[in-house]
Ligand binder design. Structure first.
Ligand SMILES: C[S@@+](CC[C@H](N)C(=O)[O-])C[C@H]1O[C@@H](n2cnc3c(N)ncnc32)[C@H](O)[C@@H]1O
Length: 222
């Protein structure tokens, strides 16, 4: 299904809603991750390279992308020829332990069969002093509800997806080390939600830091 979706995958990011979501997610990740120019990043489940491009061109990091879908990787390679993209399974990462400053997976854990194994593998690839970062869709959000409804009407990539609660994400990450978390995308998926997204984000961060449609967690390896 990911192969089939590849040519259309980035279209959503070009919509006003997609842009607003993207901006909120990046801000949250930036705040928790504190990325530095030149750091080595492994992006697990990089898809078409949407986040890869930001890591590489926006943040000046040295990024490697990994994905299981050849179609998604072909799209990624097309737009970022300078970045190494590797076909592989998040369950068995083809890298030596401690090879990266940052190992990140955005909107990927929802789709993997063995969550703990993927996190173990990601953690293994983080060097001491590095960080593991994940971004997941919050189960109790209008965005997740919408994805579920769409999947009920006809099969989508979200048909088998697992969405996350805040406590669940914390429970998954805590065994690895000190965790920083933040919820973002507090605005509803509507035209007026997008127009006032800055206000939703400001208030949401203050009043519902564990809410929002997108949860980010970063663990520090000591
Ligand atoms: C929702 S997309 C996210 C892509 C990208 N991270 C983004 O946010 O734009 C999920 C991606 O995870 C990949 N994926 C799913 N299971 C995987 C696995 N076991 N190993 C590697 N990639 C996987 C899919 O091929 C797909 O590209």
């Amino acid at each position: 299904m990911w192969d089939e979706l590849a040519s259309r995958y980035e279209d959503w990011y070009e919509t006003p809603l997609g842009r607003a979501v993207d901006e909120a997610e990046r801000r949250a990740l930036l705040q928790l991750l504190e990325p530095k120019v030149g750091e080595r990043v492994l992006e697990v489940g990089c898809g078409t390279g949407h986040w890869t491009r930001w890591f590489r061109q926006g943040l000046g990091m040295r990024v490697v992308g990994l994905d299981l879908s050849e179609g998604m990787l072909a799209a990624a390679r097309g737009q970022l020829p300078e970045v190494p993209f590797v076909r592989g399974d998040a369950l068995v990462l083809p890298f030596r332990g401690g090879s990266f400053d940052v190992v990140v997976a955005v909107a990927v854990l929802e789709f993997v069969p063995k969550l703990e194994q993927v996190l173990d593998e990601m953690w293994r690839c983080v060097r001491p002093g590095g960080r593991m970062a994940v971004g997941v869709l919050h189960s109790r959000s209008q965005f997740a509800r919408r994805r579920r409804e769409e999947a009920r009407k006809s099969p989508t990539t979200f048909s088998e997806a697992h969405f996350f609660g805040y406590e669940e994400l914390l429970r998954l990450l805590k065994p690895y080390g000190p965790v920083r978390t933040q919820g973002c995308v507090h605005f509803p998926p509507s035209t007026w939600g997008v127009r006032t997204s800055w206000a939703f984000e400001l208030l949401g961060k203050l009043l519902r830091p564990r809410g929002g449609a997108f949860l980010v967690g970063v663990v520090f390896k000591t």
